[in-house]
Design a binder for this molecule. Structure first.
Ligand SMILES: NC(=O)c1ccc[n+]([C@@H]2O[C@H](COP(=O)([O-])OP(=O)(O)OC[C@H]3O[C@@H](n4cnc5c(N)ncnc54)[C@H](OP(=O)(O)O)[C@@H]3O)[C@@H](O)[C@H]2O)c1
Length: 289
């Protein structure tokens, strides 16, 4: 039977890829972004979703400017906390299942091993706090939900680390990148297809799942791999400590996520981040010989 899916945040980096991944399957998609549905307005959320009566609501909408969130904390809270609460209220009312995106930034990065879903979340910054409050609102609602925590996303349609490094290599002979923060670079397309598979093989389990490309890196290793894959070897990359780049929002030093639960429950396991990066390179029109 055809499923009806509401994609919230459909104009975002992940939302666009979710839309593309779902298009091949037997689904009817309704797209929402901040122009046609502000998720911070409960009445609008309930009205819009009641009109389309989705089986699934996939929430890719968020306030994602991590540094600016330190100043605009109310705005970040409104979208990431109240927005998530509004969506879960609506999803309960219309009996839809909510798939909600969250982040490794709910963790403080001090575990020194990959985090699993039962680890305590202690965010270091306002963005992480607003995302955690959103998660908690969903958990407390007793609605039907899956929270997917991912990290270090890059994709065709958004500001991201890969594109920043590529831009820098256009003009610089040397770039410095921090080598004391660790995570899993993750291609938005991989997350998008995992969401499609999750919906297709849904077992109805409620809970939090970690979902990233496999393997880990520091930002420095990630940058070095980008330079290698995109053949920008005219530019050298040098490892530096994060003390050298003080930013408004604190970042977790090691927020690697253990993704074994989603593999066990849903048989979803994403490819290695280096393979994903090569695929991204190909997808955006750089051909690897
Ligand atoms: N990027 C990462 O590295 C990363 C890492 C971990 C987790 N995540 C999570 O993954 C998800 C997707 O991230 P992304 O990088 O794809 O985000 P993004 O590119 O910044 O897109 C955000 C989307 O949210 C929409 N939006 C913002 N405020 C809204 C509002 N009040 N009402 C309705 N829609 C609103 C935007 O719509 P407009 O375009 O109309 O403004 C846009 O479609 C988010 O939950 C994020 O927290 C991201």
């Amino acid at each position: 039977m055809q499923k009806i899916i509401a994609v919230i945040g459909s104009t975002g980096m992940l939302g666009i890829d979710v839309n593309a991944a779902l298009r091949g399957s037997n689904v009817l998609i309704h797209n929402f972004n901040s122009v046609n549905l502000d998720i911070t307005e409960l009445n609008n959320v309930v009205d819009a979703l009641t009109r389309v009566k989705p089986d699934y609501i996939v929430n890719c909408a968020a306030y994602t400017n991590v540094d600016l969130a330190e100043i605009e904390k109310e705005k970040a809270d409104k979208v990431n906390h109240i927005g998530a609460l509004n969506l879960v209220i609506a999803s309960k009312e219309i009996n839809a299942r909510l798939i909600h995106m969250s982040t490794d930034y709910v963790f403080d990065g001090l575990k020194h091993e990959p985090y699993n879903e039962n680890d305590d979340a202690i965010p270091l910054n306002e963005y992480g706090l607003s995302k955690l409050k959103g998660e908690n609102a969903i958990k407390d609602s007793k609605a039907s939900y899956i929270i997917l925590r991912t990290q270090w996303l890059y994709g065709k349609n958004g500001k991201n680390f890969v594109n920043t490094i590529l831009k820098l290599t256009d003009t610089k002979k040397l770039i410095e990148v921090v080598d004391d923060q660790f995570g899993s670079p993750t291609y938005t397309k991989d997350v998008a297809f995992a969401i499609r598979d999750l919906i297709a093989n849904d077992k109805g389990n409620d809970g939090v799942y970690h979902l990233t490309d496999a393997g880990y890196a520091s930002w420095y290793e990630f940058a070095a791999e980008i330079i290698k894959v995109f053949k920008r070897t005219n530019c050298a990359v040098v490892p530096v400590s994060s003390d050298k780049f003080v930013r408004p929002a604190k970042r977790p030093a090691d927020s690697r996520l253990d993704c074994s639960k989603i593999k066990l429950d849903y048989k979803i396991e994403l490819r290695n981040w280096k393979d994903a990066l090569k695929k991204y390179c190909y997808d955006i029109g750089y051909f690897i010989i």
